[in-house]
Design a protein around this ligand. Sequence first.
Ligand code: FE
Ligand code: MN
Length: 451
Amino acid sequence: MPVRRLNIMLLCSLLLLLSSCSRQDAAGEQMLRIQSGRNIKLLTTTDTHYLSPRLTDNGPAFSRFLAAGDGKQLAYSSEMLDSLAYDIGIERPAAVIISGDLTNNGEKASHQDLAEHLRTIEQQTGTQIYVIPGNHDVQNPWARRFEGEKQLTVPSVTPKQFRKIYSDFGYAEALLKDNDSMSYLAAPSEDLWLLMLDTSQYSSNKKLGHPQLDGQLTDATLRWIDRCGKLAAEQGAHMVAVMHHSLLDHSDFVQEGFTLNNNGQAAAALIRNGITTVFSGHIHFQDIRSSSGEDIYDIANSALSVYPHQYGILNYTPAAGTLEYHTSGLNVELWAKSAGSTDPDLLHFKAYSEAAFRKLSADRSYARLTGDTSYKSYTEEELAAMADVVGRLNEIYFAGTADQDIAAVTGSEGFRLWQTAPYSGLKSYVLRMSELEPKDNNHFVTKLPQR
Ligand code: FE
Ligand code: MN
């Protein structure tokens, strides 16, 4: 046999071993899916909030934007995607899901550069990537680049441009597409399908002057879900749903604009079509909830771009009929080391980002306390200790680790000071946060319904 042909054969069998599925070709022909009955690993992540390095000079305007922000590590957008690629190369999931807020504020350049990262990941690891938009991604009037002292408006994308940019990441690979939104049905394997739901509402953004926060599924999309359910039932496939907004309330603090407006209707549509597990994003913190009847679960992944920079690993085991989920930390340190980086923040990314995240809310709290006359009898040290408690509580809230970490905070001197402190909005926040339900938000296992 000619050597070249043998090499090609070897390469093909190696690719099959690595990914156990074959690519879809550029013409958009039906790809060969992973066969029914095979175990599948998926990686699920969200809120990458990628900002193209082309859009910032890391000058004063950008620093101010970060300081006023919510802890996104935007300056390391590209490095975090390289780290994700590195982790995917090790984990070798069959598919990767990104549930919206792909970009910082919908900048066209960010979408284009992110898509290049995703293309490289698919080519190097043989995984299939599926995305949906979040409220920040389409027709966003806040799209900006940062230059010196200034923020300058840059183009965002239309729904049509979004579909085109991400055609290889779901839109050209769909089994079914919804006409009323950018929702689609994808089938990475014969028996596990992904119902990728677009819950964002971007048509009024221009008029509003900001991206609309709340999410909704239209009546037409709800009817389309029934069509997807019918097809899945006919073909004996399980479906999991993916959406940007929350299906269920995840906290006492954030509901309006975060939980889907018509979540009752949406949950009913998903349940009647055999869906018991939903993956969402948007809230940026890690939380797993079930409906009161425990007939559907909403796993809100924390944001990849925000501390603790983690994603979910999902193992589907058809023989047992189970879906197992756990979180895993983005290993920026390992990638940085292998890439030969000398940046200490990247080489110790977890410690760096944790300290930065804690400081962001501690500094804001300290400023509020020193500006509040009812706290004037406290020393600077006491106020700093109290402010640090807020930082630590926010850290636990975002990581979803109240079950393990809350006792260390409520046992601290700073917390004791809060308990006897005069009333303030911040005090009531601290006390409510200290009562976070001590549940495990980082592990989950469910039995899928019979098919
Ligand atoms: Fe987000
Ligand atoms: Mn969002």
